[in-house]
Design a binder for this molecule. Structure first.
Ligand SMILES: [Zn+2]
Length: 109
């Protein structure tokens, strides 16, 4: 399996937490001063529709987004490390990991 030929469009439900649930928690349990405890209790009692918005969406997902995906083994031309999840960078015709391409996000200790 490789590349965009295996990418598809899927139907999915997008779930998002409602910001308004915090205010609702205050009205449900004004007797609890600790906000965290107030929300923990209220969220258990609240209806799903008061907690989350639900929305049918169309989403494009590559094969690598699914469990068990086995991609072709890509190896950095500079350091020889294996590169996962299409994070390789093409520089001057060479395939590099992000670190070797100058995009290192960490510092060796
Ligand atoms: Zn490298």
């Amino acid at each position: 399996m490789s590349g965009s030929a295996s990418d598809h469009c899927y139907k999915a439900i997008r779930i998002a937490a409602k910001e308004s649930s915090k205010a609702l928690a205050r009205t449900m349990h004004p007797e609890i001063e600790n906000k965290n405890q107030q929300q923990m209790l209220a969220y258990r009692e609240m209806a799903e529709d008061d907690l989350f918005t639900k929305q049918w969406v169309k989403v494009e997902l590559g094969a690598e987004e699914f469990p068990g995906y086995k991609g072709e083994r890509i190896v950095c031309a500079e350091c020889g490390e294996g590169i996962n999840f299409r994070r390789e960078v093409l520089r001057d015709g060479r395939t590099l990991c992000r670190a070797c391409a100058g995009e290192r996000y960490y510092k060796p200790l």
